[in-house]
Design a protein around this ligand. Sequence first.
Ligand code: ZN
Length: 281
Amino acid sequence: MASRRVIITVAPTGSVTTRDQTPYLPITPDEVVADSIRAIDEGAAVVHLHARDPETGKPTNDVSIYREYIEGIKAKSDAIIQITTGGGAVTLGLSPEDRLAAVKELKPEMASLNAGSMNFGRKLFANTPDVIETYARLMKEWGVVPEFEIYDVGMIGNVMRWVVDAGIMELPLQFSLVLGVVGGIPATPKNLLHLVESLPQPCTWQVIGIGRHQIPLGICGVICGGNIRVGMEDNIYLEKGVLAKSNAELVAKAVRIIRELGFEIASPDEAREMLNIPKRS
Ligand code: ZN
């Protein structure tokens, strides 16, 4: 039997990491595109994007920036593009409609869909049942595959109640298990196992471990049958005290460990098949 294939997602920038924390954070469209392409060449099949103002480096909801990122990455790779619908809520205080603007306009293959409300650090991250339901309905209409972001175990129930039982979408769905956000479920193997055992079947899932948990907990997820996300959105260190000089370095580290464990790395087209994303025409 062939080895299981593991999907690596790279999240190169996010909306919280700053240049003060790491000088290697890609910000301008040229930087984000070049850094993403290197990460894809190392083995990432999915790129998760947040837009930044090229002048200030601050998060922005400017659709034209997303367009530049996407066009640049698509010109040089066949990776799956995923846009956030959450980042702007905490950092920009955007309304639910505005958070969806880039997805509505650009119709990427995937978008994140945050599956519940929580305290995100000191901020309120509001994702009410109305928001979850509306986003799921619209993404289905637009042909955008959602990735349900799970920050605590109750959010899995939200997806079942407001999306699946409501008849908007059917399983299998794709979940991101996010561990280690201040206000969310702490990043421990025990918590990860509890989340995994609480997922509805069939489904696909990945681990997003925050900070130093990114690689160890992500690999724990790989061993348990999941996929992994790496990148400077969630973690800026390659190892203790050593900043990653690019997102590609973080992808390369994950690839090395995954291969050592006897798994293979999924190509973008293999990832499409695993995530039920239609083949590109
Ligand atoms: Zn994000």
